[in-house]
Design a protein around this ligand. Structure first.
Ligand code: HEM
Length: 482
């Protein structure tokens, strides 16, 4: 037997090494999984009706989250469930009582899991059909490119195309890999799976586009004559950050591309999804009277300020409340504050997380919980405005953070761009509400059902809307407020 094995190894050394490598990796992963599962002394939440398949987690996780919230989280009890992302240790959902501890835990222990990796709108007099999703992606990408990249990048359509393509392709690739690639095969994806290859090709091209910009910025940094005004944008912040620490050589075009594309993903996906979702509520026939009040508010504020300064935007309190209520009912994504235990971690009450455990909080749970929101199933557009008027006017805003306001995360890694993102979305909505009549291009004038994929939820991306120049609608002159 041993002799046959040795002969086989001698005949096919490459294949044998590969098989032994895979077997060792599987054995190692099995050990990690077994150890982590045993150490995680928590109830295991699974589908109990006979179908606990992987596919079920992809299409129907929302049902399980509801059960987990009602059965465990509401009562301060954490639970674990299948980790459909990598099938290694189970993922853990924590009740809100742990949020403060997670927020203040050192980064070396509970860390943010970093993943490696149009159009100008015309003014038609007649109704025109359009899919708003690519238009919103383009607008958000352009603004994000200007802030997190540079002014020249925001005018470069190839660059904007890469930002959008990487955001969309990597989300699609991640969903496909989770759905049908066992974790131990995923290392192959970069060689054979077209979406992953596309993301890598985009990243390489992004680095090429960035190379001359980076070289110029570094040259200006070194030849500083005290007269040249330095740009104030994301690339400059990174260049200065690295050089101030004596690590300028580390900032290669490829690393800069990785950073820029991470910002693109952070900026484009969430802003576009939320903007789309709010638009769907705005043009829903059940909210016709609300839309009129919002347009009225926009006109009042514009009259008072004359332009859309940050101060003016902050006066759009009804719009802010409407957007927040829209996200309360039609939230984008179930989970927030995802962290990975870099070392074994024990909470004050003794709950122990083995190294590598992924934890998160169920953002969607409290949003429909009567303990937190009165009459939670009713869409009340002024719910948060009333809270501001009755309590603290600086709280309960779209970009506010609290234990039950986790749209933008919590603690150290909470979205640094939340106020910017909130203002950008408001400006786009002001523009649309004042320049255009908009309705659904379908028989029904109600918002389309949400899309769901494991813990992700999204507004429909395929919905067509009709729009036309507002000045042609009877009795309404063009508003010149945007
Ligand atoms: C409505 C739009 C947005 C939403 C809902 C959103 C939400 C989030 C969330 C939930 C996190 C993780 C927070 C945590 O785990 O505690 C995050 C992080 C981040 N967001 Fe946003 N975001 C939005 C827009 C943007 C924009 C426009 C940018 C950039 C221009 C941006 C840049 C970032 C960055 C860089 C991080 C990582 C922060 C860190 O690692 O410390 N986001 N965002």
């Amino acid at each position: 037997m041993l002799r046959e094995f040795v002969t086989a190894v001698q005949a096919h050394p490459g294949t044998t090494i590969a098989i032994l490598g895979i077997a060792a990796a599987l054995a190692w992963a099995g050990l990690v999984w077994h150890k982590a599962s045993r150490e995680l002394k928590l109830p295991f939440l699974r589908f109990e009706d006979g179908d606990d398949s992987r596919q079920r987690y992809i299409t129907d996780s929302g049902t399980l989250f509801k059960v987990g919230y009602e059965k465990y989280l509401r009562y301060g009890q954490a639970f674990k469930m299948r980790n459909y992302i990598d099938e290694l240790p189970p993922q853990v959902y924590l009740p809100l009582k742990y949020l403060d501890e997670v927020k203040s835990a050192p980064q070396a222990k509970l860390s943010f899991p970093y993943f490696s990796l149009l159009l100008s709108i015309n003014r038609p007099a007649d109704w025109q059909s359009v899919n708003p999703y690519p238009i919103f992606s383009y607008i958000i990408a352009r603004l994000a490119a200007k802030t997190t990249g540079s002014a020249e990048l925001s005018r470069n359509d190839e660059w904007l195309g890469i930002m959008i393509s990487v955001t969309q392709t990597s989300m699609g690739a991640a969903h496909a890999l989770r759905a049908s690639w066992p974790w131990w095969t995923r290392w192959l994806a970069r060689y054979v799976f077209p979406p992953v290859k596309k993301v890598l090709a985009d990243r390489a091209r992004a680095a090429e586009i960035l190379r001359p910009i980076l070289e110029e910025r570094v040259a200006t940094l070194h030849a500083d004559d005290g007269k040249t005004e330095r740009p104030n944008d994301g690339i400059q912040w990174l260049v200065e950050y690295y050089h101030a620490r004596g690590r300028g050589a580390l900032l290669t075009p490829d690393l800069l591309a990785q950073n820029q594309l991470f910002y693109a993903m952070a900026a484009i996906h969430s802003s576009t999804a939320i903007l789309l979702s709010v638009l769907y509520d705005l043009i829903d026939e059940r909210h016709e009277h609300i839309k009129a009040e919002l347009i009225d508010e926009i006109q009042q504020v514009h009259k008072e300020f004359g332009s859309w300064s940050r101060q003016a935007v902050s006066k759009l309190v009804k719009l802010d409340s409407f957007m927040k209520e829209s996200q309360r009912i039609h939230y984008v994504g179930h989970a927030r504050v995802t962290r990975a235990a870099k070392v074994p971690y024990t909470f004050k009450d003794g709950l122990h997380l083995p190294e590598g455990t992924m934890i998160q909080f169920l953002h969607s749970g409290p949003l429909r919980d009567a303990d937190f929101f009165e009459d939670p199933e009713t869409f009340d557009p002024w719910r948060f405005l009333k809270k501001r008027q009755e309590g603290d006017p600086n709280k309960f805003q779209f970009a506010s953070l609290s234990d039950v306001e986790t749209t933008f995360g919590a603690g150290f890694h909470a979205c640094p761009a939340r106020n910017y993102a909130s203002d950008v979305m408001k400006l786009v909505l002001v523009y649309l509400l004042t320049k255009y009549d908009i309705k659904y291009d379908s028989d029904t004038q109600r918002r389309p059902p949400e899309m769901a994929h494991d813990s992700a939820t999204m507004p429909s991306l395929a919905t067509q809307i009709l729009y036309r120049d507002k000045s042609v609608s009877r009795g309404q002159p063009t508003a010149s407020t945007a």
